[in-house]
Design a protein around this ligand. Structure first.
Ligand code: AMP
Ligand code: MG
Length: 320
């Protein structure tokens, strides 16, 4: 694979390649995406195959504007309100597919709904503008593994994919996902926009995903999949450095001998932006030194909810 600087020529050539049905990696403000034209079933199928992603796990489709989103999905009052407030940005809305929706059904994994997001990253926005197509773009990593927030992480884990270099991702975790399929707005995944900010916009609390397994599988298919796993065991809520462990710290109270610190000032935005890059680095070091990774407790408010969601899945994935 090659890493391309994001010159105007490269951006326009990537847009052209996407229109031709190729799969390439592009930067977004959340994490790097493995992108393909969402209207071409073969291109969408190639994303599943490159990631080895289970086909019941639908993909988020990226669009250039709310106007473009409405060509494919049905927006109720809640969806309109959220899109107007948070787009472009780290929010995905799950809405019903329009009858004549041209997005491949494979991208929806056969569901009657569609996940749509308008990214704010200037390179992603420019590619969408030039490609004039919705782009399916899950994180550019093998399914189940850590997401990439740096071009070098894409290069290492998906060596055959060409990457457009947009530097480090500013938000650093995936988008927050809200279901807008009926009367209630359902909180499907914690992500780059906090629950509090969304509830403040709506003026009412979000509904949680029902705990009954069948409903959860239908409403939030990705929840059941193994996720965010480093190659070594990861433990959460650790406070001390142990001999066989690299400790990832948070805040000013971290012990002096931590391997790294997500944010020395305890800033949750900074910690979110650093999360996957730190985990990639510690994963490589821990594999080389035959150690585990420990992570200090992260407060559960604001973006801390998204960090704790990813960490607890990483911990679960390895313990099993
Ligand atoms: P990612 O793995 O970051 O690409 O996020 C994809 C996630 O979006 C999936 O795992 C689902 O949880 C969610 N998603 C995508 N499409 C839908 C849909 N049509 N209905 C419900 N959730 C969806
Ligand atoms: Mg992912």
């Amino acid at each position: 694979m090659t890493l391309y600087p994001a010159s105007p020529r490269d951006i326009s050539s990537f847009a052209k390649r996407l229109r031709n049905g190729e799969v390439v990696a592009i930067p977004t403000e959340t994490v790097y995406g493995l992108a393909a034209d969402a209207t071409q079933a073969d291109a969408v199928a190639a994303i599943y195959s490159i990631k080895e992603r289970p086909q019941f796990n639908p993909l988020i489709c990226h669009i250039a504007s709310l106007r473009m989103a409405k060509q494919y999905g049905v927006f109720n009052e809640t969806a309109n309100k959220l899109a107007k407030e948070f787009w472009p940005g780290a929010l995905t809305l799950v809405v019903p597919r329009k009858d004549n929706c041209k997005i491949s059904e494979l991208a929806s994994a056969g569901l009657h709904s569609l996940a749509l997001r308008c990214p704010s990253h200037p390179i992603a926005a420019e590619i969408l503008r030039l490609a004039k197509r919705p782009l399916a773009a899950p994180s550019a990593n093998p399914s189940g593994r850590l997401s990439p927030t740096r071009p070098e992480d894409v290069r290492r884990t998906l060596p055959n994919i060409d990457v457009l270099d947009g530097g480090y991702c500013e938000v650093g975790v995936e988008s927050t996902i809200i279901g807008c399929l009926g009367d209630m707005a359902v909180y499907l995944r914690a992500g780059g926009i906090s629950r509090g900010d969304i509830e403040a916009c709506l003026g009412e609390p979000l509904t949680d995903v029902p705990t009954e397994k069948g409903d959860a599988a239908r409403l939030a298919p990705g929840r059941l999949v193994r996720h965010y796993a480093p190659h070594v065991p990861l433990h959460i809520n650790c406070t001390q450095v142990k001999e066989d462990m690299l400790l990832l710290g948070f805040g000013a109270d971290a012990p002096a001998d931590v391997a790294d610190n997500l944010s020395e000032t305890g800033d949750l935005c900074e910690a979110t932006a650093n999360l996957f890059a730190c985990l990639h680095k510690l994963d490589l070091q821990a594999q080389a030194e035959n150690k585990h990774i420990g992570v200090m407790p992260i407060p559960h408010h604001g973006l801390g909810e998204a960090i704790n969601d990813r960490l607890s899945r990483a911990a679960e994935a390895v313990d099993k």
